[in-house]
Design a protein around this ligand. Structure first.
Ligand SMILES: *Cc1c(COP(=O)(O)O)cnc(C)c1O
Length: 434
């Protein structure tokens, strides 16, 4: 094992020799910083002052880091039952969670998996097999430009084809795609763009369609691209007319992020399938769920083994994850104003920032505030302006992670007014340097 002893050229730059980091080109990135603790909105590094986590650590941390109530629920559960095979056995935490999520989503059946991507895989597979089970096979899937649904193959296929999945392009199944009529403050032309998409959608739906998948109200990785509630209502109407299933990918938007418990709830849209993860366990443990309408579930029931949904994961309904999710729901239920009021906390800051000459397309949905930095060159994920702003903010104690020239704040609900104010003022200062 000679090579392991050689001085590592990346090690010299501070990279760990054994870790392959996600979504990172180490040749052009600064090494990972070691985090040794956390509390509420703060991350404590081995070196340097605490930083405010303004992006909820990739959109997962919901109530706050190391939240004691959630931590205790996990610890208590770990001493009772840490894991059990979920095929022949069930357990109280899973049953309680299923009942509660059914109640608040209006979708009766819950299927457990491990993360957002698997929740999406499950939704796509259920949608396709649903039509198969009904003996009316439908093969078309419809998704939106700019969509992100995860990194496994099915999730990549319904996501926007881009740099990230280019090496696999030939292996991804075909998906019909529509423009996403994103909007922002003082957007005059939005109704035309929405109508154009709805017309195209209606045309596509003339072909029998298994499902339409979308991120309700906000496309996350695609650049915090926001649409109006009215648009979602129109999509719902057209999709329901065609009998195609509507899949709402609420992996990012769920659990208060959009100012209501779910983005679809805020827009008063009723999807047939819903995917949840990220904030589900308040960001403590990896877990995904796919919610389904009862009559979808019923098409999978019968004596013919081919009707069965032959899908499952080792850690299905992990009791620790379920305990965390139940605790997180307790906190949401006890203090809904933490998310319903968040938009009004962002508002004055974003209004002020919107005056800046480099700020374009300011937009706000619930806890998510975003804008674009005016750039002369090409926009998009690889634009470096966001990278230099990120570096500036980090040096001043704020963690942001712009998507190219799109800057956004998506903080944990517990962030204090002072901390939020600091995030905005650092960004404003940073705009002068990037
Ligand atoms: C993050 C995300 C996913 C993928 O979730 P993972 O847990 O990272 O696999 C899927 N859909 C949306 C909308 C997401 O934001």
């Amino acid at each position: 094992m000679d090579h392991l002893d050689k001085p590592d050229k990346y090690l010299a730059k501070g990279w760990n020799q054994h870790i392959w980091p996600p979504f990172t080109q180490i040749a052009s990135s600064l090494p990972q910083q070691r985090v040794v603790g956390s509390r509420d909105a703060l991350l404590f590094r081995e070196q340097g002052p605490p930083i405010i986590d303004a992006i909820s650590s990739w959109w997962v941390t919901l109530h706050g880091h190391a939240n004691e109530y959630v931590a205790n629920a996990i610890a208590d559960q770990a001493k009772k039952l840490e894991q059990v095979i979920f095929a022949d056995f069930s357990h109280p935490q899973a049953e309680r969670l299923a009942e509660r999520l059914s109640h608040i989503t209006g979708l009766q059946r819950l299927f457990f998996s491990d993360n957002g991507s698997t929740a999406v895989e499950v939704a796509i597979k259920i949608a396709c097999q649903f039509w198969q089970n009904r003996k009316e096979p439908r093969h078309q899937l419809i998704a939106f430009e700019g969509a992100y649904h995860g990194d496994t193959f099915g999730a990549m296929a319904v996501g926007e084809r881009n740099l990230f999945n280019a090496p696999f392009e030939k292996m991804l199944f075909p998906v019909s795609r529509l423009p996403w009529p994103a909007t922002w403050w003082n957007d005059e032309d939005i109704e035309n763009r929405e109508n154009e998409t709805i017309t195209q959608l209606a045309r596509l739906l003339e072909t029998p369609t298994a499902a339409v998948i979308l991120e309700p109200l906000v496309q996350g990785a695609g650049g915090m691209s926001m649409v109006r509630e009215e648009f979602l209502k129109k999509v719902e109407t057209v999709v329901k007319d065609s009998k195609a299933l509507l899949i709402a990918d609420e992996v990012m938007t769920g659990f208060g992020r959009c100012g209501d418990l779910f983005a679809t709830k805020r827009a008063q849209v009723s999807p047939d399938l819903m995917t949840l993860s990220k904030g589900l366990t308040s960001g403590f443990l990896p877990m995904g769920v796919t919610m389904a309408r009862e009559d979808i579930f019923e098409t999978f029931v019968g004596n013919d083994p081919r009707l069965t949904f032959w899908h499952g994961h080792s850690f299905t309904a992990n009791p620790l994850g379920c305990a965390a999710a139940n605790a997180s729901l307790d906190l949401l239920e006890n203090a809904p104003s933490a998310y319903t009021r968040f938009e009004s906390r962002h508002l004055p800051h974003l209004k002020k920032l919107a005056q800046h000459r480099k700020v374009t397309k300011p937009r706000l949905t619930g806890t998510i505030a975003a804008f674009n930095i005016e750039v002369s060159g090409k926009s998009g994920y690889l634009n470096v302006v966001g990278k230099s702003l990120k570096q500036f903010a980090l040096e001043h104690g704020v963690l942001i992670r712009p998507l190219g020239n799109v800057v956004y704040l998506l903080p944990p609900l517990c962030i204090t007014d002072d901390q939020l104010e600091k995030c905005y003022s650092i960004i404003e200062d940073g705009l002068e340097f990037c």
